[in-house]
Design a protein around this ligand. Structure first.
Ligand code: BTN
Length: 244
């Protein structure tokens, strides 16, 4: 079972008494939202579970995690610019520091290793607060969904989840307010300088992904030369630029 008392070094923003651990829960995201609505939680609260049986993903999808194997939690923080990317960056740094895994950010905020998703992030705003939901595959021995991986699958080793969460929270707290995030992020993105197809709510778009805008939007240059900035979407396919 996840042991909140083993967490270390997170006491500034995320104090131990504000960690709410549940053995089983439909969704940490929904629980965090309920706590905000009833004013029982504020910035710095963490809702975490060992078994999430109705997890939610982006675009209304479900999120599958394996009981006791993953880190499944939601953080309540004040909304800051580039929150989803700051979160993804903190996860990349944690994977590198603790597990020796080099990952990438697949815009807008999936964390991928060797092209497979290791972590999903869902950010929902309840002004002035944001709920940052994170599902990180840690000790799964089989991928919990298609094209997924886990720390165990990548390294062949199992990991205690508490040090991973402690490291992530320290990184996250630091990265929440640093300047120059955008430059760091540019170097950690999958598909930058490639030709991409992006599925958005308004339909599918294609173009060269050449940069990030100030708000973290994906800047693409379409074949007609028009520049577009996308704030949400899912990168579906890529081609190398020289194959257009
Ligand atoms: C995605 O990749 O679509 C985002 C997945 C986010 C999953 C996490 S797990 C913890 C939190 N609770 C939920 O119900 N969803 C998020």
């Amino acid at each position: 079972m996840f042991d909140v008392d083993k967490l270390k070094g997170t006491e500034r923003l995320f104090k131990i008494e504000n960690f709410l651990f549940y053995q089983r829960l439909p969704s940490t995201q929904d629980r965090a939202k309920e706590l905000i609505k009833t004013s029982s939680a504020r910035q710095g609260y963490v809702v975490i579970t060992d078994e999430q049986y109705r997890g939610r993903g982006r675009f209304g999808r479900t999120w599958k995690s394996t009981q006791g194997a993953s880190l499944t939690f939601s953080l309540i923080v004040e909304k800051v610019p580039l929150l989803s990317m700051r979160t993804a960056l903190s996860l990349l740094e944690t994977l590198e520091d603790l597990c020796g895994i080099k990952g990438e950010i697949r815009w807008p905020n999936d964390v991928v290793v060797n092209g497979k998703k290791i972590c999903g992030i869902l950010i929902e705003i309840y002004k002035p607060l944001a709920v940052v939901g994170i599902g990180l595959n840690v000790n799964e021995t089989t991928p919990p969904f298609s094209n997924a991986t886990s720390i165990r699958l990548e390294t062949g080793k199992s990991f205690s989840r508490e040090p991973i969460l402690s490291c992530f929270l320290q990184r996250f707290e630091y990265n929440l307010h640093i300047e120059g995030t955008m430059d760091i992020l540019r170097g950690r993105l999958s598909f930058i300088d490639s030709y991409v197809e992006i599925e958005t709510e308004g339909g599918t778009m294609c173009g060269e992904f050449f940069d990030l805008g100030e708000e973290g939007e994906m800047l693409i240059r379409t074949e007609s030369g028009t520049i577009k900035g996308l704030l949400a979407g899912e990168v579906k396919k890529i081609r190398e630029l020289n194959k257009i």
